[in-house]
Design a protein around this ligand. Structure first.
Ligand SMILES: Nc1ncnc2c1ncn2[C@@H]1O[C@H](COP(=O)(O)OP(=O)(O)OP(=O)(O)O)[C@@H](O)[C@H]1O
Ligand SMILES: [Mg+2]
Length: 295
């Protein structure tokens, strides 16, 4: 039998249980995450994305029978927790807080050395990890971490996770606080990781815009539950529901919806502005060929 990488079944989590501040963060969440794909968790603020991330990383305990890793119940006494910890790498919501060491080289080699990699092996892992995130080893090895730009810090934090060679890497809002260029570069980097490494990538974000061009599957969260799941185009086809859930539609879709008011057959499930442009050109050609008039 083939198992999903992760399976969540009716997961519940309440923070500060039994206190006046108790918050039900997950209220019976069920979803699956397949291997070697990019799976996005999208939802407005407080919908439970970071709580799911902490559960997948083993930082918050699930209840028995609710979280399965390659078909095994993570809470079963026989389950090897260390295996989960070494398989899953997390880039947390503020990656800056993940950098501890004075220099980039020391910071990225922290994980491999702690796992008792030899000095030569650790050097190789650090070099590869830095180059995977687009930072030249010779240039960055001795740089002080406090003097890095926001985007560079994020890359170093990601390199620190890659150097541990996890099978799964989870990004929690990785572009928060970056400018549009930093954002684009980071998304390209994640796409590159998917193409070049056989990695499973989980991406939590409140921005649908950010994930539609990247994810294979999107799970939409609503107040600690699964609202619906699907491929990006299937998700975009539910524009009305997304808006009701407080999720902003991507710019290309917003423009396409306006166009549809004039041309009811115009497709609104466009993933990018480039796709929108193509759809407009095609639509125009079709109209001219069928003898349509310009408005
Ligand atoms: N450490 C905590 N202690 C108490 N309550 C918490 C804690 N972490 C999260 N919560 C609460 O749990 C709920 C879900 O929070 P979570 O951080 O998982 O949502 P999120 O979707 O990641 O939100 P955001 O987009 O703002 O990061 C929220 O109501 C939040 O206030
Ligand atoms: Mg969060």
């Amino acid at each position: 039998m083939l198992f999903e990488l992760f399976e969540l079944k009716d997961v519940r989590h309440t923070y500060l249980r039994d206190t006046p501040f108790a918050t039900e963060a997950l209220r019976g969440l069920s979803l699956t995450i397949p291997e070697h794909q990019i799976t996005a968790l999208v939802g407005p603020t407080r919908s439970g994305k970071s709580t799911v991330v902490d559960i997948l990383a083993g930082l918050i305990k699930a209840a028995p029978g609710t979280l399965f890793f390659r078909g095994e119940d993570v809470m079963a006494p026989s389950f090897d927790r260390e295996r989960l910890r070494t398989s899953v790498g997390v880039v947390f919501q503020s990656p800056e807080s993940q950098i501890f060491e004075e220099t980039v080289g020391k910071d990225v080699s922290f994980g491999p050395l702690r796992k008792r990699a030899s000095f030569a092996e650790s050097r190789r892992l650090v070099q590869t990890a830095l180059e995977d995130v687009g930072l030249l080893y010779e240039d960055f090895r001795t740089r002080y971490t406090y003097a890095l730009s926001g985007g560079e810090k994020r890359r170093v934090a990601i390199a620190g996770v890659l150097a541990l060679q996890p099978a799964v890497i989870i990004f929690d809002e990785p572009t928060a606080g970056l400018d549009p260029r930093g954002r684009r570069e980071l998304l390209a980097l994640i796409e590159h990781l998917k193409q070049t490494q056989q990695m499973t990538i989980i991406y939590a974000s409140s921005s649908l815009e950010e994930v539609v061009g990247l994810a294979d599957t999107i799970h939409v969260l609503d107040r600690g539950q699964l609202a619906f799941s699907g491929a990006p185009r299937e998700i975009l086809a539910r524009a009305n529901e997304l808006v009701k859930l407080g999720i902003e539609l991507p710019e290309a879709v917003r423009i396409a919806l306006v166009l549809r008011e004039h041309y009811p057959e115009f497709s609104t499930t466009v993933l990018t502005l480039d796709e929108l442009e193509e759809a407009i050109v095609q639509h125009e050609e079709l109209r001219i060929r069928s003898g349509g008039q310009r408005p």
